[in-house]
Structures are given as structure tokens and as C-alpha cells.
Design a binder for this molecule. Structure first.
Ligand code: PMP
Length: 419
């Protein structure tokens, strides 16, 4: 029941935009874990991580409205709220991360991290995972092989294979394999004269197929990065802000102490705010020689939204909630495996996935049928992975057991239908 035609949309926005679902959906309102179309139909959102504390959370809405009505300006003026926020954020990150620089998007945060890493090391080479996604600027599109063959990885970029999702349970074996591939990639970069600046990885390897564990497999990789004088950039755009339920940040599950941490998406519950947190020593020379100003990055309204998000995560105990609900959901999802085309159920907190297998057909097409079948039942999830044959279940953090019941009942029906 959409009032927007595909032709009109394409005519105005051009052909590069994609949309979800065979029958596209148009929402006019959101609340908590629900979205509503123009006819008032309620959809269960089991997909969107940006509205992490729930669509239109009243606390965040009030903070935005109050700040917008009073003052909205930029980081060239002194303001206490941005410093109060930076203090809280850095305390949660721990390690040696002592500065935070604000941007408007995860792409900009990664772009800035690359600039700092290259400036500090004097090297240009970057290593990422084979199906990584780190954003849309020219520099980060170069380190985003998941954009496909039309977006060439830069000559200064090498990739290593991520662990097979759900493949093994020996973190040391996976870590050693990745570390060995990393050694080879670094050698190639050095041979080509680029040197090695940084390894960048999404701490839950979302676009590589959602690889929550075994927790710890990234530790040997980080050790290899250090041994070669490079910097470890943890991209927390997906895994940050309590998504995994175990820790506030995905890299903390792996016992890492990154040199740079980037974040975005859920940070402002929908208001564009993102950041790069940095070890102070990396910014000494950069700060002296490079001027940084990002017009909208860290503006008063975005900081008000980000502050309210942290308040809600803490006051509503969302990390603990995510751990409890996520564990139950994972167990119940695993119970659907078997005669149905669902395999390799995995996840941590409220980031879950499963492979869809099609014995004699096309797994991606079958995964699309599952996703569209759920959409018909007004339950929203996505498909992901290098071959788009994996389900992506990543709801707002406030997703509760009743929502999980609805998701599982609908999934059960759809799997029966497509089997
Ligand atoms: N890194 C990761 C891991 C992401 O998933 C994304 C967005 N999907 C980005 C970076 C880019 O963030 P943005 O879209 O805010 O630029």
C-alpha cells in the first residue's frame, strides 16, 4: 500500500538507489520496534539498527526538539555538552583511546581514520576482509570490496578472507590463519612500495557474513598488525553501542585495544552523528599540521541526540536486555534448523544470521523468498553475505520476547512455505 511509484522515485532520485522487497513498502510513522504504513498497518522491525533505542524514543525526540529550539551550532564555539559526551564515550571505550573527533557518517569516520593512520605511519597500504564494507567516500569505497567488481579496490588495498561464518569453534586456528594471510598481504604492500598503514575490520564482520565468533579470533590479527608497525582500526558502526549484549563495543569481546575506533549508525538513533576515537599520540603531529573542521559533525542537536541515546542504553539496561533476549532468540532460531532450508544459525546479542541452502536451486533467490515472505507477513528482516544467501536479523535493541515470538512464528510459516 504505497503511494510512491517506482517510476517516479527512479525518475527523481536516479538509478543508483536500491529498495527493499519485491513489493516496496512506505512508512509514515514509527514507534519502538514497530513501523506503520499509510493504511495504519503495523510492521515488526527486526532489521534496523539505527533506531537502536526504538523508533522515535520519546527521550531522544524530546532532547532533539529541546536543543533544536534553543541552539544548534558547531564545534568552533565552546560548549560543555560535547565535552561531557566525549568523556562518557571515551570512558566506555577504555584502552588508550583519549580523543574523539566527530563526523556526520560512518563513512566520514572511516575516511578520517584512514587519513590519520596514513599520516602517522607515512605508509599508504591498508588491509581489509574480503567482503568488507566501510562506506561511500572515494577513500573508503576503495576498502569496501563488498561494493562489487565495478568499484575497484585501490592499488594500495589488499584483502584477507574472513572466517567462514559458524565454520569453526577454535579461535586460535582461525586467528592464526587470518594472521598468516595478513603477513602475506603486508609483504605484498611493502613489496609494491605502499608500506602498511592499517588493518580495518568490522568487529562482527557483517558484510562478510556475520561472524560473531569464536570471540577472540581477531586477537592474533591485531598482534600481527602491531608487529608490522600498522594501526588497528575497529569499525564499530555495526557492532558498537551494546549490539552484541556482551560488551558495549564489539572489539572488547575480542580482547582488543584498537588504535582507532569508528562508529556511527545507532549513535544518534537516526540523527546523523558519527565519530572516530583515537589514541592521543596518533593525533599529536596530525593535530599540529592538519586543521579539522566538519561543519555538521558534533553540532549541538546531534550531541543532544547522542547523549540521550547513551542515557537510554544505561537507564533501560539495554546491554543486559540484549544479551538475555538475544540468547533466547538464538536458541529458538537454532530450533528451526533441520529439515527446512535454514543452516548454520549464529549470532551474538541482537545480531543474528543463518544461511539459506537450496539443494538444487539458487540460495540467494530462496533467501529473497524468505525475506519477501516475511515482509508479506509484515515482519522486516534482510539478506546479506557475499552471495546474499544469509538472513540478517538486527532489530532495535529494545526488541523484546513478544517481538521475538512474532518473528519466529512468521519465519516458521515462511520456511514451511518455501521448503
Ligand atoms: N562501516 C560499516 C561496518 C557499515 O556497516 C557502514 C554502513 N552500512 C559504514 C561503515 C558506513 O556508514 P555510513 O553509511 O553512516 O556512512
Amino acid at each position: 500500500m504505497t503511494t510512491v511509484s517506482l517510476t517516479r522515485r527512479e525518475g527523481l532520485l536516479g538509478p543508483a538507489y536500491r529498495h527493499f522487497y519485491e513489493e516496496p513498502v512506505e512508512f509514515v510513522r514509527g514507534e519502538g520496534v514497530h513501523l506503520y504504513d499509510a493504511a495504519g498497518e503495523e510492521y515488526l522491525d527486526a532489521y534496523n539498527n539505527v533506531p537502536c533505542v526504538g523508533h522515535c524514543h520519546p527521550r531522544v525526540v524530546a532532547a532533539i526538539a529541546e536543543q533544536a529550539a534553543r541552539l544548534n551550532t558547531h564545534t568552533r564555539y565552546f560548549a560543555a555538552p560535547i565535552l561531557d559526551y566525549a568523556e562518557r564515550l571515551l570512558a566506555s571505550l577504555g584502552g588508550g583511546l583519549g580523543h574523539v573527533m566527530f563526523t556526520c557518517s560512518g563513512s566520514e569516520a572511516n575516511d578520517l581514520a584512514l587519513r590519520i593512520a596514513r599520516f602517522h605511519t607515512g605508509a599508504a597500504g591498508v588491509v581489509v576482509t574480503a567482503n568488507a564494507y566501510h562506506g561511500v567516500t572515494s577513500a573508503v569505497a576503495e576498502i569496501s570490496p563488498s561494493l562489487g567488481p565495478s568499484v575497484a579496490p585501490g592499488p594500495r588495498v589488499r584483502t584477507i578472507a574472513a572466517p567462514v561464518p559458524g565454520g569453526g569453534d577454535d579461535p586460535e586456528a582461525e586467528g592464526r590463519r587470518m594472521a598468516a594471510e595478513l603477513e602475506a598481504a603486508i609483504a605484498e604492500l611493502e613489496e609494491a612500495g605502499h608500506g602498511f598503514a592499517a588493518f580495518v575490520a568490522d568487529s562482527i564482520l557483517s558484510s562478510d557474513g556475520i561472524v560473531p565468533g569464536p570471540a577472540g579470533f581477531l586477537a592474533p590479527v591485531a598482534a600481527t598488525v602491531r608487529a608490522h608497525g600498522g594501526l588497528y582500526v575497529a569499525d564499530e558502526v555495526q557492532s558498537g553501542f551494546a549490539r552484541t549484549g556482551e560488551e558495549m563495543w564489539g572489539y572488547q569481546r575480542h580482547g582488543l585495544e584498537p588504535d582507532l575506533v569508528t562508529m556511527g549508525k545507532p549513535m544518534g538513533n537516526g540523527i546523523p552523528v558519527a565519530a572516530a576515537a583515537v589514541r592521543p599520540e596518533l593525533l599529536e603531529e596530525f593535530g599540529r599540521r592538519v586543521r579539522y573542521f566538519n561543519t555538521f559533525g558534533g553540532n549541538s542537536v546531534s550531541i543532544a541526540a547522542a547523549t540521550a541515546v547513551l542515557d537510554v542504553i544505561e537507564e533501560e539496561g539495554l546491554r543486559e536486555h540484549v544479551r538475555a533476549v538475544g540468547t533466547r532468540l538464538l536458541d529458538r532460531l537454532a530450533a528451526l534448523e533441520g529439515h527446512r532450508p535454514l543452516r548454520n544459525v549464529r549470532g551474538v546479542g541482537l545480531y543474528l544470521s543463518a544461511d539459506i541452502v537450496a539443494e538444487d536451486g539458487d540460495p540467494a533467490a530462496l533467501a529473497a523468498r524468505v525475506v519477501n515472505g516475511l515482509r508479506e507477513r509484515r515482519v522486516l528482516i534482510g539478506a546479506t553475505g557475499p552471495r546474499a544467501d544469509m538472513l540478517k536479523i538486527r532489530p532495535p535493541l529494545v526488541f523484546a520476547d513478544a517481538a521475538a515470538d512474532r518473528l519466529l512464528a512468521a519465519l516458521d510459516e515462511v520456511l514451511e512455505e518455501v521448503a
